[in-house]
Write a protein that binds this ligand. Structure first.
Ligand SMILES: *Cc1c(COP(=O)(O)O)cnc(C)c1O
Length: 381
């Protein structure tokens, strides 16, 4: 009998959480309320006591951070081309322009060495991404930001539970944005959180979160900024409260499975073929994803066919991500193929393998064996 289909990822929701959600649903208060406040307090504790506000996506937290920082028309924001397109869409959403900087082929994160040359008088902020949970070097990042007087919006959508030199991502820095989409290491179904610097910023974030409204007394209402509709529900917050206690164990399990991937894939035949593995970081990353870069030039089949063959073998995979600057919206802004060759190559050949806490070592072995068989059978002559 063939093994059941192994998805790319799958959330783990325990029975206590499901019962807790039912309780919220029966409570008479299901939208933003006490559960959101409780989740924010717990997230703040995780982030060294900094102010944290919860939202209904990770995307809106970055847009709101840019608005609070005063980034808008005529401004540029430095970011990575290898991310979920939300990272740069929010820059366009506030009326600014993304300035994509080449990635480091080893970490696959923005190449900090190359940021300096991309800074212009219009630059206001840097928006780096911790791809797959591997943290960007925070010491160098903030040295650059301080030197040039730039704000930072950390797209830490994938790095909740990662740390930089032992300090939780979110516990230091400028704005830090998290996502709790079901594919992330913990989930609120949809949702996100923004870590801010002080109560003034937190109050502004609350305004942007809900139509800009500020209430006073029983009947007072004022609107000073154009906000949106970005509030998290108590139902979703209750899911998050049930996830948080498992953060450490989920991430420990991801680490074990990542180690198993290294054992299975770090071997002569695949090394000779040029398969690229991620950095073997077992102290700082939360192993949000395990991504390989295929040796595209040396294979007779494209990535899509590798994925199709893995799918036929009962294994789900994903692409995170094609280079953003090659999407039509960004080409219309003047970006062209060849502008960022490393990001383009990685974007063409990167492949995300299944990794989630409920997986087994046998699953990892099956994925690695299938991948190896497919790659070796389709080497270019
Ligand atoms: C998931 C993700 C986002 C967006 O988060 P949503 O909660 O889906 O809005 C942004 N950036 C990166 C790198 C992500 O992985």
């Amino acid at each position: 009998m063939p093994a059941p289909f192994l998805p790319l990822t799958r959330p783990t929701i325990d029975d206590e959480t499901i019962a807790g959600v039912a309780e919220v649903l029966r409570s008479g208060w299901i939208t933003s309320g006490p559960k959101v406040k409780e989740l924010e307090a717990k997230l703040s504790a995780h982030c060294g006591g900094r102010p944290v506000r919860a939202f209904n996506s990770g995307t809106c937290t970055m847009e709101i951070a840019l608005r609070i920082a005063g980034v808008g028309a005529g401004h540029e924001v430095i970011t990575t081309p290898l991310s979920w397109v939300a990272t740069s869409n929010v820059i366009l959403a506030v009326g600014a322009r993304p300035r994509f900087v080449e990635i480091d082929p080893v970490t696959r994160n923005i190449d900090l060495e190359k940021i300096g040359a991309a800074i212009t008088p219009a630059t206001r902020a840097i928006l780096p991404v911790d791809l797959a949970g591997l943290p960007v070097d925070r010491d160098r990042l903030y040295a650059i930001a301080r030197h040039h007087g730039l704000r930072v919006v950390e797209d830490a959508a994938q790095s909740f539970g990662s740390n930089w030199r032992g300090r939780a991502i979110g516990a230091a820095g400028d704005f830090v944005s998290f996502s709790f989409h079901p594919n992330k290491n913990i989930t609120t179904i949809e949702g996100g959180a923004l870590v801010l610097n002080d109560e003034r910023e937190a109050k502004l974030a609350e305004q942007y979160r809900l139509q800009g409204v500020v209430r006073t007394g029983f009947d007072g209402m004022e609107v000073e900024v154009v906000g949106g509709k970005f509030n998290l529900t108590d139902v979703a917050a209750r899911v998050g409260l049930g996830q948080l206690p498992h953060l450490e164990s989920f991430n420990a399990r991801r680490r074990e499975l990542a180690r198993a991937y290294f054992e299975a894939l770090d071997q002569p035949a695949l090394r000779a073929l040029g398969l690229e593995l991620p950095p073997a970081d077992f102290s700082q990353t939360n192993w949000h994803m395990f991504q390989v870069v295929l040796p595209g030039e040396r294979l007779a089949i494209p990535r899509a066919v590798v994925m199709e063959k893995l799918h036929a073998a009962g294994i789900g995979t994903g692409v995170h991500y094609p280079a953003i600057h090659l999407f039509a919206v960004y080409r219309r802004l003047g970006w062209n193929p060849g502008d960022l060759p490393v990001a383009e190559r990685v974007g063409r050949d990167i492949l995300t393998l299944p990794l989630f806490p409920a997986m087994t070592e046998a699953d990892v072995a099956r994925v690695a064996a299938s991948l190896q068989t497919i790659l070796l059978a389709h080497r270019k002559a």
